[in-house]
Design a binder for this molecule. Structure first.
Ligand code: K7E
Ligand code: CUA
Length: 646
């Protein structure tokens, strides 16, 4: 019996009692019952994963839960008993915290925070030598959109991409280690907002700049906003190199790709080209920009490009009018999200200042680019969904779910019926409107951005929590609400307070992600360490002190619980000291770290990993260094001395 079936049986014991979502009291009792039931199953689950796996990747224990793919009419239980695992990995952007959060769904337990465009005291990210160079000292990141790499229309479990709106950057997280391995700066861009990878393979990652800039932005002409332009940038998802940019006149907000690798999409809410609020809202009509990727790449190959400013990246100038590169489909008014449904037939544009969604039929785009259709002819439906529609997700059963910001609700609607209604049939596409709490921004459903959308869970990322939690002062948490969409109607199951400010999330079936437990010692970070070790003629797995040119000292250290391989370091005040620590332990979860007291130095080293930090030795004196990660009964004794001589 799988754990999933256990849980379903658990449901049937309490399940007959009508709507669990409507009364918090019922929910709590439900919780208790299930918690008791879970203990036995939990123990069994622990055994399955406890046996010490020594090496990475190769021989991982099987996951302990399987995901049922049937759609039951009864509400799912979101409670995951102690010792059991979630069905989905949720990847949350962390907004202005600059990070990514990993959340288990449906339990909504936060599993990890992955530092990206921020500094993290726990792991040392931002201060260690590798990440410091990647980030270039910029820690004010703003992550809005997380998307995984794809193969054949579904997640391939290799990478997560995330944007930095504040610094015009794109980062990539490896999904074997759950750590960042690349950050790419996007030239001629500001307010990098919507991103989306291609879905047929790990190909391009398309990135929109939301803020228009003078081109080039070199200080020569800055005040005439009508001359500003925006870039749609293609980054190679494998190499993380910027391949090309397309320059357009309007701003670019959210991004999506089709399933075939032919097109990318961008919403434009400021076709007016305004720099002031009232100008940006002036027109009743803006656009969905459709980029024809093959035509653009042909132009790049043929050299029909320019460069802008200091960047050498080829730029296709597509400003002003429709062309083989870009077509502009008119949509009302200041649109926001664009989402492609799982069959890949329709792109759905949320109206924001219009209470509608516009449904664009992707099959018509070939004729549009061939000049056989007018842009407006590609729109096949425009249902009224509520005030302030922002983002749409899908259940794989033909329904769309749109977040409605002003009305604080989710609208479930039937795509096929919306098209029939648009053609004059007397049918009602709106299925249900569910209140959420409050002012919802993004929503996403399990596997919704893939062809395997499975219609289990929906997350509503609410910008305000108001009265939903204990008051913790003027800055309230956000509220990520968990909604069961497996039945005919949506059911609100759980309030999940989160630290500000998550923007978006994707929910990924657990069998698609296969993280390692021991560092694989590969990738650009290890390329760097191997280069240093070669320069210095040392072995990373041994202890060595290398005096380099000038005042530069490299201390190659090892750790094995509960000891550092090097217990004493002797340096001179003002020396530039680089501690390169390799964790020799091969035991799952046995991480060490290195903290040099009084020197702002603190970093993590996972099993079989190497990490390093550089600092200037301070005033003469004795400084203790120690291991900050609890690793052993003698963890407190895991320390050593640095003697700083005058
Ligand atoms: Cu809608 Cu930055 Cu994705 Cu916020 S964006 S809501
Ligand atoms: Cu090593 Cu604590």
């Amino acid at each position: 019996m799988t754990d999933k079936t256990k849980r379903d049986m658990g449901d049937s014991e309490t399940g007959g009692k009508a709507d669990k979502s409507s009364t918090p009291k019922m929910q709590r009792r439900d919780f208790v019952t299930k918690g008791m039931m879970g203990i036995g199953a939990g123990l069994a689950g622990t055994q399955l994963i406890a046996c010490g796996e020594k090496k990475n990747g190769a021989a991982q224990p099987p996951q302990t839960r399987s995901v049922s793919t049937t759609h039951s009419a009864a509400p799912e239980s979101f409670h995951v008993p102690p010792g059991q695992l979630d069905d989905y990995y949720g990847f949350w952007s962390g907004g202005q915290s600059g990070e990514i959060r990993v959340v288990g769904v449906p339990s909504m337990r936060e599993l990890k925070r992955i530092p990206v465009f921020n500094r993290c005291s726990a792991s040392g990210w931002g201060g260690d030598d590798f990440s410091k160079a990647l980030l270039g000292g910029k820690f004010s990141g703003d992550t809005h959109h997380v998307h995984l790499s794809y193969t054949h229309g579904t997640y391939d479990g290799r990478y997560v991409y995330v944007n930095d709106k504040a610094g015009a950057r794109l980062a990539r997280v490896r999904l074997d280690t759950f750590a960042v391995d690349h950050i790419t700066f996007l030239p001629n861009s500001a307010g990098t907002h919507g991103i989306f990878p291609q879905r047929h393979k790990t190909g391009l990652v398309l990135c929109n700049s939301e803020f228009r800039l003078p081109m080039p932005n070199d200080g020569t002409a800055m005040e005439d906003e009508l001359t500003y332009a925006a870039m749609h940038t293609a980054v190679d998802g494998e190499t993380m190199e910027v391949k090309w940019q397309v320059m357009v006149e309007g701003n670019l907000d959210l991004c999506a790709t089709d399933y075939e690798g032919n097109y990318s999409f961008a919403t434009c809410y400021n076709s007016e080209g305004g720099a002031w609020l009232e100008d940006m809202m002036a027109a009743d009509q803006d656009y969905l920009y459709v980029f024809h990727l093959a035509n653009i790449e042909e132009a790049v190959k043929a050299g029909k490009t320019m460069t802008v400013g200091k960047s050498k990246v080829p730029v296709v100038d597509a400003r002003g009018k429709n062309s083989p590169y870009v077509q502009r489909i008119p949509v009302p008014k200041s649109p926001h999200g664009v989402n492609v449904e799982p069959r890949g037939k329709y792109a759905i544009v949320a109206g924001k200042l219009s209470p509608t969604c516009s449904v664009v039929e992707i099959a018509k785009l070939a004729d549009l680019f061939a000049g056989k259709l007018e842009p407006a002819d590609c729109i096949v439906a425009r249902p009224e969904v509520g005030l302030g529609p922002l983002h749409t997700c899908f259940d794989g059963k033909g329904f769309a779910y749109t977040s409605i910001f002003i009305d604080s609700m989710i609208t479930k609607w039937d795509i096929a019926k919306a098209i029939e209604a648009h053609n004059g049939a007397d049918v009602e596409p709106i299925v249900q409107k569910l209140d959420v709490h409050y002012q919802v921004g993004h929503i996403n459903a399990s596997m919704s951005e893939t062809k395997d959308a499975d219609g289990k869970w929906l997350i509503a990322l609410c910008k305000f929590s108001k009265d939903r939690f204990l008051n913790v002062g003027p800055l309230h948490g956000e509220n990520d609400q968990l909604i069961d969409i497996s039945g005919d109607t949506m059911k609100l199951m759980h309030d999940g307070p989160t630290a500000p400010e998550p923007h978006d999330c994707v929910l990924v079936r657990l069998d698609l992600i296969n993280p390692v437990k021991i560092s694989p010692r590969t990738g650009p970070r290890f390329d760097l360490y191997n280069k240093w070790a070669k320069e210095d003629g040392v072995n990373l797995l041994r202890d060595n002190v290398v005096k380099r040119k000038g005042k530069h000292v490299r201390v190659y250290m090892t750790s094995m619980a509960p000891e550092f391989g090097t217990g004493e370091i002797k340096v001179k005040s003002g020396d530039i000291v680089q501690v390169i620590l390799t964790n020799q332990d091969e035991v799952e979860d046995l991480s060490h770290g290195f903290c040099m007291t009084g020197h702002d130095v603190n970093f993590l080293v996972n099993p079989q990993d190497t990490n390093s930090m550089t600092f200037v030795a301070g005033e003469p004196g004795l400084y203790w260094f120690y291991c900050p990660w609890f690793c052993h009964a003698l963890h407190l004794e895991m320390r050593g001395r640095m003697y700083v001589e005058a």
